[in-house]
Design a protein around this ligand. Structure first.
Ligand code: HEC
Length: 427
């Protein structure tokens, strides 16, 4: 082989391995498996276009944690089942068996029970301590917190669906993250890092999710059955102080995982496809969206973030629906990955979910730094593509300064390694 042909074949090798700086990585082959990826299958290379690799990671994480879980144990996928198989009564998805925020922050300083225990106090006064973990609960000990999205200073706005109901939010943690918090008693405010003191470093493969749920009314049930992941949950009415069993449909899911090569975590966000029309498309009259009325003007109403629900701003009985739009298009490459995975999930409710963004640290070293997120640096031009979930950051869709990593950077600077809820919920 002469030098010229050698150079040429070396270039072909590099190209096919996707290693040429600046060249697109090869598009990973989509696969359906219960195995949670513990790293993103891409080199750390700030010059490479890694979007397809990160989006593939996001989908695999979504599928793994939405796998039907083994009954009676926390956090273990049932390998004998297929994704979307809910034939067992009482079956949950893997993340649905993880510990919830209220499992950690028990009232009056009660110690949280260990990972595998199903005992604990819940915000529903009627549920007995023993075995309460077998019931899905949506509510908060503080009464109103699960009505509100995140705001720039902590608490943000409520979201009201077209069916005149409030969206409810919850946070759940895998065993790695839960054990780290429980062992260090980080549910106590006094044990959180002090200003200027040493900061926390969560263990690799800590995973947290934040979910948004909407009430499915009985007349919506037949159509929703095929389109939503639905659960029966005890939902707290903070005004009466009582919980009522309700059908809830999953409308949004954030997943974050700290990985060995990405210590600033990898940020993935999914939505149900009927949330809002996609920008650039004409909303179809007659199509039922959860958060958008196609016959109304396609601009956000309210246009700015409304006040949080609280003791002094109680939830209304029949609240007026909000008009929500997606401000920025989902990236073209992400839409392609969505179509590939949705095709593999055909016939399950999961074909009705879409990845709306993945965000990651472009420069993960040094790990004490913010990692220079992509898309959207903290300063500089705002990204062209979507950086928010319409169900969880309805009023923060436009600016890089309010992307996932930018907002969670506030918690990093306070010493809790990007983890926000410790700052807000520790007692
Ligand atoms: C405007 C600020 C803000 C933005 C933007 C934001 N978050 Fe959060 N996030 C929060 C706050 C505050 C909490 C704590 C909520 C609570 O305790 O109720 C939180 C909670 C979470 C949690 C639960 C674990 C934790 O850190 O508390 C996850 C997971 C999460 N967010 C992911 C995301 C993702 C993914 C995005 C981007 C699509 C995002 N967030 C955008 C502020 C934000």
């Amino acid at each position: 082989m002469n030098l010229r042909t050698w150079k040429f074949s070396a270039l072909i090798c590099l190209l096919s391995a996707g290693l040429v700086p600046g060249a697109d990585l090869a598009r990973p082959t989509p696969r359906i498996t219960y195995e949670m990826p513990d790293e993103v299958d891409a080199p750390v290379d700030p010059d490479a276009d890694e979007l397809a690799a990160f989006d593939d990671y996001s989908w695999r994480a979504f599928i793994a944690i939405d796998w039907p879980a083994k009954l009676g144990i926390r956090g273990v996928p049932d390998e004998t089942k297929k994704i979307g198989d809910f034939s067992d009564p009482g079956s949950k998805v893997v993340w649905g068996t993880w510990k919830a925020d209220y499992d950690l922050f028990q009232p009056e300083g009660t110690e949280p029970t260990e990972w595998f225990s199903f005992d604990g106090f819940t915000p529903c006064p009627g549920l007995p301590f023993a075995g309460s973990g077998h019931t899905m609960v949506l509510g908060s000990f503080s009464g109103f917190r699960d009505f509100n999205q995140a705001g720039s200073g902590g608490l943000g706005s409520p979201l009201i669906a077209q069916n005149h109901t409030y969206i409810r939010f919850e946070v759940r943690l895998n065993q790695v993250e839960f054990d780290f918090i429980r062992n260090r008693q980080l549910y106590r405010k006094t044990l959180l890092p002090a200003a200027g003191g040493p900061k926390l470093r969560f263990p690799d493969n800590s995973v947290a999710v934040k979910a948004a749920w909407r009430v499915i009314k009985s007349d919506e049930l037949p159509a929703a059955q095929r389109r939503y992941y639905m659960v029966d949950a005890m939902v707290l009415d903070p005004v009466s102080g009582k919980c009522k069993m309700q059908k809830m449909g999953l409308v949004g899911l954030h997943i974050v995982q700290k990985t060995p090569k990405r210590p600033q975590w990898v940020w993935s966000s999914f939505e149900q496809i009927d949330n809002v029309p996609e920008p650039g498309t004409t909303p179809t009259n007659g199509r039922h969206y959860s958060f958008n009325d196609p016959s109304r003007r396609q601009s956000p109403d309210p246009s700015t973030a409304p006040r949080p629900i609280s003791r002094s701003n109680l939830p209304a009985d029949n609240p007026r629906p909000m008009q929500v739009i997606r401000s920025k298009k989902i990236a073209g490459s992400t839409r392609k990955t969505n179509a590939d995975y949705q095709a593999l999930l055909r016939g399950t409710v999961w074909e009705n979910y879409q990845l709306v963004l993945t965000q990651w640290p472009k420069f993960p070293q040094p790990e004490e730094e913010n990692g220079a997120p992509f898309p959207g640096q903290f300063t500089g031009p705002d990204p062209m593509t979507n950086i928010a979930n319409t169900t969880m950051e309805t009023f923060f869709q436009k600016s890089a300064a309010t992307s996932c990593m930018a907002c969670h950077d506030v918690a990093r600077r306070k010493g809790t390694d990007f983890v926000w809820f410790l700052q807000l919920r520790a007692n």
